[in-house]
Design a protein around this ligand. Sequence first.
Ligand code: ADP
Ligand code: ASP
Ligand code: MG
Length: 452
Amino acid sequence: MIVMKFGGTSVADCAAITRTIGIVESKLQQRPIVVVSALSKVTDLLYKISDKAKEKDNEGAAELLRQLRERHLNLAAELIPDNAEILADACARVNRLCDNLEYFVNAVCALGELSERSKAVIIGNGEYLSSNVICCAMNARGIRTRLMDSRKMIITDNNFLKGEPQTEEIIKNVSREVAETYTPDMDAVITQGFVSATAEGEPTVLGRGGSDYTASLIGMSVDAEVIEIWTDVDGVKTADPRKVENTVSLDKISFEEAAEMAHFGAKVLHPMTIEPAVKKNIPIYVLNSMNPSGKGTAILQSSFIEDGVKSVSSKSNILVINIFSTKMINVAGFLMHVFEIFSRNNVSVDLISTSEATISVTVDAGSQNIDKVVEELSTFAEVVVDSNKAQVSVIGKNLDNVNGILERTFAPLKDYKIYMISQGASYVNISFVVDRESLDAVVSLIHKNIFG
Ligand code: ADP
Ligand code: ASP
Ligand code: MG
């Protein structure tokens, strides 16, 4: 079996979905489990709908809901032009999902109160809509396909907007659902990325970009031969091609390199995608659905990968938290006290640097509970939160073996201020902080100096 995940741009419209179905069709021998995201921009639209509902803006929400329904009904009609029965089924599914959503959104509007639990219900609808329409379109093309419900498989804790997957439950559920659904008369099965549920069946989601994670959790559960992440670029590149010129696709990188790149800002993979695949040593391929014959990037065990720099990643959505305290000097246990506060509030720290009386850390600006952390730290230290910084990471295997890597990284930056330089003990990354306004220039300069 293989898992094939198609992101938003790969299922954006009729042309993209037709290409995607062609790609699946070419792999039926390998028994694909297809994981799809919402159509491009639909999750953003659902976030807007939830905002309107919270503001009690009935009319605003209704207009966006109308657009959502119309886009999917039009898409179904375009995709299924010559099978009235299947088209009627597709439209009925879209209408049922949109009716239920409308009912739910109206209830939230009436209350004007949007809990995280309600938000998870609303924003997960994109994947249900896309998977239903695509399932029907595949059947209309003669590919015998059934839908599986991710919320019966991907079990998380009750962190509604960023659920923590419960591996054992997931393996059990995926095996059961696949055995029940993927009967010998089926060519493929299809399911939703991103959405998940608690053990009690309360809807949750895996966080933005989470469909990659769904694919790798499913791949792990069925011991897939390979996990394919189909997206809109020719694989994992030396930097984000939207921000940097002359990037090149990497033929292969290690699981560790991919995990670091994703964690330190390369949006091409959700940061947690690698972990489940590593457990079963399943190769991940990142491929371009607009160029399906391209080689893409293979993500493999480290022994297949050469030492050296692979990419420059960056994260602009960070906060630097500076903690000053004279009590820190010579007092054992101070650091422990500080990090216990981060840990208890579930805020994960990326970079750390310390001096005599200061600790600076970077955290993802989207982390919940940062206010609580700052409040607790402020009871015994002066805390300054800096939101004008960004983080740059140079990533590659055994960077300590790479001649002149520090010079190649920092030499072009003589005109820029650099803060908090850190080299991980694993030598997979060198990271540092710069002023947010210099980020794009800094990343481009380093990329040019290292990759030409
Ligand atoms: P999908 O909707 O298929 O999940 P995403 O938009 O989440 O696609 O991820 C693909 C995008 O990731 C690319 O269009 C590219 O702009 C961005 N990206 C960031 N860093 C990298 C990188 N190192 N290599 C490739 N793409 C990257
Ligand atoms: N549709 C979700 C998002 O836009 C999940 C994904 O695309 O991976 O974040
Ligand atoms: Mg993505």
